[in-house]
Design a binder for this molecule. Structure first.
Ligand code: ADP
Ligand code: MG
Length: 399
């Protein structure tokens, strides 16, 4: 929350870094930060300002993110490798403490908003292909050239990019920067405690707002670019949020990744590498194509979320090889010595390709094409998964 050690409450018109950056409006937030659209008065351009929570652990995480993003920027001087570009960073002192701020290029909405904008029905296979190409380009760069594992790849952490040159576009005039704090007190500091009921209506209003909103591509909404349609818009995107990323040779041994995008080796505790990002990538590609998460585990009677998750994986992908199932530090919690789940008895095998046809009404060739692309990435054995570079060569992305 907005308290000591927490978020910094900014308002439109607030100035940062000795007055250079002026806050415009809030773009989003995560567990670690709030992100604002800001105007850079020195270089006359819009940027994104990620204002980290101030407590020591968050500051430490921000410094780590700066280290990784600096390496990424250094290796990509033409800014073409589908990773967000860090432009600057500084410290900002506020009532809740000292906040480390990252200045990055201003990007558009996340893939999560794109999925919701399409009412969770999938975004169409040609757009899925284009997004996959961008994300794989970013992953290939991180993995092969930088030696970084992202560890939190998910639709929220991939943002759309406008490929329109702002200086040549008439809609640019709609983006007039705010340079002074607006008169009056219409921008109040968010209050700290909500009642349960208030939270519910707030959440409902927020969802309604997202649905009404047009997908934004870094200042240009899709509607502004082409009336009420995403057709014809290049779906370039970039990987963001390096807050949990790590150098592959310095990884910790904790649990990584957001639940639904978590690889099996992370759950059973048998170590992970770049291939864990590939697993998340495949989960995300399925979600873009269908509008539903590939695996959405729950706790069920007598079994944990982890066990449900492993069961869901096996229902779609077949039995986990015993060698893999029994190889982790937590294997004994879930599997017996034959490599069968101890507490989940009933499972119904429903392979990916059939799910696409029977549940999502894909045509047989569309289902086969997508399943052929995704199935190898969802190999239980991380060693067998194709790399991002190999995926980029796959026929499904190149026809
Ligand atoms: P956290 O580490 O707190 O999760 P993120 O870097 O993921 O922070 O940013 C939180 C959210 O802010 C994103 O999901 C996105 O909606 C928005 N956001 C972040 N960076 C940008 C940017 N450069 N341009 C536009 N929106 C952004
Ligand atoms: Mg995030």
């Amino acid at each position: 929350g907005y308290r000591k050690g927490g978020y910094h409450a900014a308002r439109p018109g607030d100035r940062f870094a000795g007055g250079r950056f002026v806050a415009q409006r809030k773009l989003g937030w995560g567990n670690f930060s709030t992100v604002w659209l800001a105007y850079d008065t020195l270089l006359s351009r819009f940027v994104a300002l990620k204002i980290q929570k101030s407590a020591r652990d968050y500051a430490h995480a921000a410094l780590h993110e700066i280290e990784l993003l600096s390496a990424a920027a250094k290796g990509d001087p033409t800014n073409s490798k589908c990773v967000i570009q860090l432009l600057d960073h500084f410290k900002h002192a506020g009532p809740n403490g000292k906040h480390i701020c990252l200045v990055t290029e201003f990007l558009g909405d996340s893939l999560l908003r794109l999925i919701r904008y399409n009412r969770n029905k999938g975004i169409g296979l040609s757009r899925v292909r284009e997004i996959c190409r961008s994300v794989l380009t970013g992953l290939d760069y991180m993995h092969r050239e930088l030696g970084i594992i992202h560890t939190d790849l998910k639709p929220e952490n991939v943002l759309l990019v406008s490929t329109i040159n702002p200086s040549k576009d008439p809609v640019r005039s709609r983006l007039t920067p705010i340079l002074k704090r607006p008169e009056g007190n219409q921008y109040r500091t968010p209050s700290i405690s909500f009642s349960e009921k208030m939270l519910k209506t707030r959440a409902r209003r927020a969802v309604a707002k997202i649905l009404q909103r047009r997908v934004s591509l870094g200042g240009f909404t899709a509607d502004m670019v082409k009336e009420r349609s995403l057709d014809g818009i290049s779906m370039k995107c970039k990987i963001v949020d390096f807050g949990n990323a790590c150098w592959a040779d310095q990884q910790g041994d904790g649990v990584i990744q957001t639940r639904q995008y978590r690889a099996p080796e992370v759950i059973i505790g048998s170590g992970y590498s770049y291939s864990a990002d590939m697993w998340s990538f495949a989960c995300m590609a399925f979600e873009l194509a269908t509008g539903d998460m590939l695996f959405a585990p729950n706790t069920c009677q007598g079994c944990s979320e982890d066990e449900d998750h492993l069961a869901l994986m096996m229902e779609t992908l077949g039995k986990m090889p015993k060698k893999i199932a029994t190889s982790g530090t937590r294997s004994k919690d879930y599997f017996n010595r034959y490599g069968d789940l101890k507490r989940v008895k009933r499972m119904r095998f429903w392979p990916l390709e059939r799910v696409l046809v029977e549940r999502y009404n894909f045509t047989e060739p569309d289902a086969k094409g997508l399943a052929d692309f995704l199935r190898p990435i969802l190999d239980f054995d991380p060693e067998n998964r194709p790399t991002a570079a190999e995926c980029l060569k796959h026929a499904w992305l190149n026809n």
